[in-house]
Design a protein. Structure first.
Length: 265
């Protein structure tokens, strides 16, 4: 099956950059790279760029990445942003959605297809449950934007397999390799590449931990991951400060036998 998409540009933050899905050296793979590999198997001339940088706020994504994406003239764009903003105490999901919509309008005006993503359901993550209402409001706006601008939607909120802790890395803020694979499969389904619902396959049975062990793990997580994140936020710092996109140009996806993989220089 040949596709009409010969080029993909992915925009966003750490979710789209691929943390914590380790690749060669100090790079990350992630769902976007995995999706690009799936498309490349069906589109011989396919090229792919990933402009996402960890820690970026929505306005930074729009200012730094959207103009570059437009200049690359891709057939397909994936756009996810706002998650880092939502976690801030005084964030306003209504205002964020207004900013997001302007960017979507600019992208769609170029004629490319756009895939957008809802936020995750945070009910299973300690300390992030408190922002669940804001995420839900933001998601409602995103669904409306998708309808108005005829975008394809990957509904992360409704992906029940992501409620399993094995879908997440140790920091509980970034997906594990298996979590990224699930999202890639869901995105592929949304694009019509597959129709087997593989993203929703049941997880193997997992032995339950006792309450004390789980609470100790929660405290360790808060100490090692949440507290440093709060510190960076208060200081106005970001994990992505000084980092360039891992794949700033539209490049072919390397082919190896029957597989396609993304090599990030």
């Amino acid at each position: 099956m040949l596709l009409r998409w010969n080029s993909l540009v992915s925009l966003g933050d750490s979710f789209t950059e691929g943390m914590d899905d380790p690749g060669p050296g100090d790079t990350y793979v992630g769902w976007a790279d995995r999706l690009a590999g799936m498309i490349a198997q069906r589109a011989p001339e396919f090229r792919y760029a990933n402009l996402a940088v960890r820690g970026k706020m929505l306005q930074e994504i729009i200012d730094d990445q959207v103009p570059l994406a437009i200049s690359l003239k891709p057939d397909l764009v994936t756009f996810c942003g706002g998650g880092n903003d939502i976690m801030l105490p005084n964030s306003d999901p209504d205002a964020l959605a207004e900013v997001y919509e302007v960017a979507v309008a600019e992208l769609r005006a170029t004629g490319c297809d756009v895939v957008i993503f809802t936020g995750f359901d945070t009910r299973s993550t300690p300390l992030l449950r408190s922002i669940r209402g804001k995420v839900a409001i933001y998601n409602t706006h995103l669904w409306s934007i998708a309808e108005r601008y005829h975008c394809r939607m990957v509904d992360l909120w409704a992906m029940h397999p992501l409620h399993d802790r094995r879908a997440w890395s140790e920091d509980r803020l970034h997906l594990s390799p298996e979590g990224h694979q699930r999202v890639a499969l869901k995105a592929a389904e949304v694009l019509g590449l597959v129709d087997d619902h593989a993203w929703n396959a049941p997880w193997p049975a997992l032995e339950q931990t006792d309450w004390v062990t789980q609470r100790k793990a929660d405290l360790k997580w808060a100490r090692e991951h949440v507290v440093p994140w709060i510190g960076r936020t208060l200081r106005g710092e970001s994990m992505g400060d000084g980092l360039a996109p891992k794949r700033p140009e539209l490049l072919p996806v390397a082919r190896c036998g029957d597989d396609s993989r993304v090599v990030n220089n």
